[in-house]
Design a protein around this ligand. Sequence first.
Ligand code: GDP
Length: 364
Amino acid sequence: MGYEVWGLVRGQGNPRVRHLRQLVGDVRLVRADLLDQGSLISAVERVQPDEVYNLAAISYVPMSWQQAELTGEVTGLGVLRLLEAIRVCSGISASRSPGGGQIRFYQASTSEMFGQVSESPQNERTPFHPRSPYGVAKVYGHFLTQNYRESYGMYAVSGIMFNHESPRRGAEFVTRKVSLGVARIKLGYERKVRLGNLSASRDWGYAGDYVRAMQFMLAQDAPSDYVIGTGVTHSVEKLVDTAFSAAGLNWRDHVVTDTAFIRPAEVDRLCADASKARDELGWEPKIGFEELVAMMVDADTELPPAATARSSRPSPGNAAPGPRPGRPDVRPGRRRPCRSRRSGLPPGRRAGAGGSRRAGTAGR
Ligand code: GDP
């Protein structure tokens, strides 16, 4: 697509790097950590991105209760450090605005910022009422991105993305937990899948469609924030029904509700009004709910037996239960200024972490 993509990885001997190499072998990697300002400046200097996509976060809501401070550091202050790295490397200050060819920054904001919603569907003007440390940290990142745009004139935008899913979704999120559960039951490895609140509703879309929206956002002449979602909402029960039906099974024979997966503060119902994205970006989702669920069930049914047969029992990093109601569970579960340099890649920009037209993408 004309992009030279760099991915930001952290840690020594990070076991995810091997997996990443198998999935996307042509992505170049740079080491840095959202907790370490100097490492981010070095990464931006090295990659010289045209675009930076900050997709990195502690994003699993129950985990954000278990490690609330770390969530604030990574999901919230990490945005500040990345924006500062871009600002410093671009030589931008209160008295020196960015010139042409500046680095464009995308922040992955989230519908979890709406939390206890005050109106439905939610658009760019709907007030935020987050219901978890994750949602609170994302609100910080969202307003900070807006402030860097307004204060320094930086090209910095937020996509308020509703839940976006694919066969690559982490196994702790409900869509993938269900698609993996269906596959294991279908293949005879297990008989039951344990879930929490079946009445919560989400506006679930396909992640590939949402990445297209991110690209569109950074290609606009003027930076602005957009809600991205399908405008159609389904309950967890409907998700379960659709997934089991796709495999010719009846969910009532296999789903057990378990209070361990009930959250202390639930976000009951989310539904996007993405009319601004439709009107200004020409963005529309291409994959609907049924197709998405069938895609995920099919992909998990076709996984190698070793991957499918693994136990789906809750584990600290996987389906970690949330805190009990009313009682949060705290157990674990200038060197030369590096100006943005257009790569001349047609027609693109360099993106990273983060995302090289050079795009840097920061993922955690
Ligand atoms: P979230 O919207 O970012 O929190 O995405 P999740 O996929 O983690 O959760 C979506 C909804 O599914 C929430 O309302 C959860 O309470 C609900 N849910 C019900 N059972 C489960 C479960 O076993 N695991 C997860 N992750 N969510 C569940």
